[in-house]
Design a protein around this ligand. Structure first.
Ligand code: EPZ
Length: 426
């Protein structure tokens, strides 16, 4: 197992460039199944484990994927399978995003339940409801989902909850479907806008992404293109929190400030000065952060659940008491126990955490239990007195490309080391 050895107490300073967004790249890789002609080139594709897992599945379906650094090339002329490989699709929850494009291209698909993960049960009922509304006949038996799309037709789709994944799946399933599909109560995350941008760049006709109503006018065919995803607002938010807790001053280059407003506003509430430029964001931290009154996670444009853990870690050293409510996932506070091992004062009741800020944290051996929780432990370790080891960083590598390099470029002291940490999920 690998871990990060972190020497705490360095003020972060300098500039770092943001990677392409994981949560944009994963649905884009799925949508790259849709064109029958041309090669797809994803520029700025982050070198993260989730992207590798996704290309692994695409390879099994018959696509040819090649990577050179941050450039990924994909040719799906050889696409001939519609059954998703069980062992691979279980590795990554986002494999479910492939259901829509496989149905869109091949009018049939067989997938296994992606299953839950550390942060919650993560059902897919909304995905299936959306596809059924498009005329897909779905048979669920023994953990396998058989989809028959011979009778697929465009039309209205209404979501009871603005699920990101379900919205993306229906957008992709409808892209090649003759007629107009209208998605009501759609998710509005920036990654949805980026998927619209990618489908339209391939010759599709999608509009309204970023609002609650998305319209997909089906087209006859799509063509592979070269495309760069939006910058990763969650990686950006993580680095801002790291600078904030260390009393630092950093510049995020290749950033999209508009996408990061919920996080910037919270950090301003904590006393940080934030300057926004076209594609840069500058943060200057105060000597000591102030507590924010309350943080509630919600679908975009509310506060992103993927930044909850990092903000909770920052509030551990703030002056005063912060209240954090996790509304989106039912089990996303597992980082609290490890933060308390470092000396934080946190009480949890259900999905609510009450954080009383302390003057200092102390370095300790802690373990990542999920992707964003792991990032939060790294943030706390950067501010702690002494040395920490954050174990099981394979979870962090799922979404952060070489996080230690980005932090060390800002003056931190983080080393990747072998640890005897056992895998908490075993
Ligand atoms: C996407 O997951 C992101 N993943 C998640 O990021 C992010 O936390 C989430 O959106 C919310 O912003 C990717 O884009 C790859 P949802 P997704 O469907 O699509 C419930 C990270 O750390 N739900 O909007 O799975 C669900 O259980 C990851 O980068 C149903 O009940 O999120 C959850 O409570 C973690 N039925 C809520 O809705 C469904 O059919 C939000 O899920 C689908 C979802």
């Amino acid at each position: 197992m690998e871990g990060f050895q972190v020497k705490g107490g360095e003020k972060l300073k300098g500039q770092v460039r943001l990677q392409g967004a994981k949560n944009a790249v994963l649905p884009i890789l799925a949508a790259a199944l849709l064109p029958e002609e041309g090669e797809t080139v994803i520029r700025d594709c982050p070198e993260i484990r989730d992207a590798d897992a996704m290309t692994g599945i695409l390879g099994k379906l018959g696509c040819v994927c090649s990577r050179r650094g941050a450039e990924l090339r994909l040719n799906n002329r050889g696409l001939r399978h519609w059954e998703m490989p069980d062992e691979l699709s279980k590795q990554i929850r986002s494999s479910i995003f492939l259901l829509g494009p496989i149905l869109g291209r091949m009018r049939r698909a067989t997938v296994t339940y992606p299953g839950g993960c550390e942060i919650g049960l993560r059902p897919i009922d909304l995905h299936l409801k959306g596809l059924r509304a498009l005329g897909v006949r779905i048979l669920e038996e023994g953990g396998v989902i058989h989809c028959e799309g011979g009778g697929m037709r465009s039309g209205p789709v209404y979501f009871d909850y603005p699920s990101v994944g379900a919205t993306e799946n229906v957008m992709m399933a409808a892209a090649l479907l003759p007629g107009l599909t209208t998605i009501h109560n759609a998710a509005r995350e920036p990654e949805i806008e980026d998927l619209q941008g990618f489908i339209n760049a391939m010759g599709g006709c999608v509009r309204g992404a970023g609002t609650q109503v998305i319209e997909v006018e089906g087209v006859k065919k799509l063509r592979g293109v070269s495309y760069a995803p939006i910058p990763d607002r969650i990686v950006g938010g993580t680095l801002l929190c790291a600078a904030a807790v260390t009393g630092g001053e950093i510049i995020l280059a290749n950033a999209c400030p508009r996408h990061m407003i919920p996080v910037s506003e919270k950090l301003k509430e904590m006393g940080c000065r934030i300057l926004q430029e076209t594609d840069r964001l500058i943060l200057k931290a105060p000597d000591r952060l102030k507590a924010f009154s309350q943080l509630q996670t919600q679908p975009h444009p509310g506060f992103p659940t993927d930044m909850q853990a990092q903000m909770l870690a920052a509030s551990c050293l703030a002056e005063g008491t912060s209240v954090i409510v996790e509304n989106v996932f039912e089990n996303r506070l597992s980082h609290v126990a490890d933060l308390c091992r470092m000396g934080a004062d946190i009480r949890v009741s259900g999905r609510t955490a009450v954080v009383r800020g302390v003057k200092a944290l102390t370095g300790a051996r802690v373990t990542a239990r999920d992707l964003r929780g792991g990032a939060a432990l790294v943030i706390a370790a950067l501010a702690a007195q002494g040395e920490s080891v954050v174990g099981h960083i394979a979870l962090v590598d799922r979404g952060y490309a070489h996080l230690e390099d980005a932090l060390n470029a800002l003056g931190a002291c983080v080393r990747r080391v072998k640890t005897d940490t056992i895998d908490p999920s075993e």
